[in-house]
Design a protein around this ligand. Structure first.
Ligand code: SF4
Ligand code: SF4
Length: 134
């Protein structure tokens, strides 16, 4: 997930492990990276199916997060999930509605896995397909 002034993002569990949840078909298929706006997407911040946990955290990831955030939102070494306003299961740190307007509330402290998924990459495109955003 990319926000203004940031270059990269993303994930821990391979997108390949996620399945398909029909969502919203509004974006052109195979958009170029320069055409993608993570702020209106968030597909890679959502598991394929409803799960209690999503992004797995390494020790360094846990250290970066504040204790207050960890106490509320981390269990079994992973970030928890929540339901967005339209009932989609998303990472607990994702604010907003998938496919509309989203942001990562821990962006500067986001897990290492979240930094590696780049918009326009194969994993990004797959996540968007699974979320019904292409
Ligand atoms: S799926 Fe791609 S475009 Fe969507 S938030 Fe993730 S990196 Fe950005
Ligand atoms: S920590 Fe942020 S970037 Fe990573 S999955 Fe959660 S909302 Fe997305």
């Amino acid at each position: 997930m990319r926000f203004p002034g940031r270059r990269k993002s993303k994930h821990y569990f391979p997108v390949e492990e996620r399945g398909h949840i029909p969502f919203q078909r509004s974006v052109r298929a195979h958009p170029r990276a320069t055409e993608l706006d993570c702020r209106t997407c968030g597909a890679c911040c959502a598991p394929e199916v409803r799960l209690p946990f999503y992004v797995g955290l390494k020790a360094a990831d846990l250290r970066r997060l504040t204790r207050a955030f960890r106490d509320r939102n981390v269990a079994r070494g992973s970030l928890l999930t929540r339901l967005d306003p339209v009932g989609r299961c998303v990472c607990v740190a994702l604010k907003g509605t998938l496919g509309r307007r989203v942001s990562c509330t821990v962006y500067p402290r986001r897990p290492r896995a979240c930094r590696g998924l780049t918009e326009g990459s194969r994993a990004c495109r797959k996540a968007r397909r699974q979320a019904g955003l292409v």
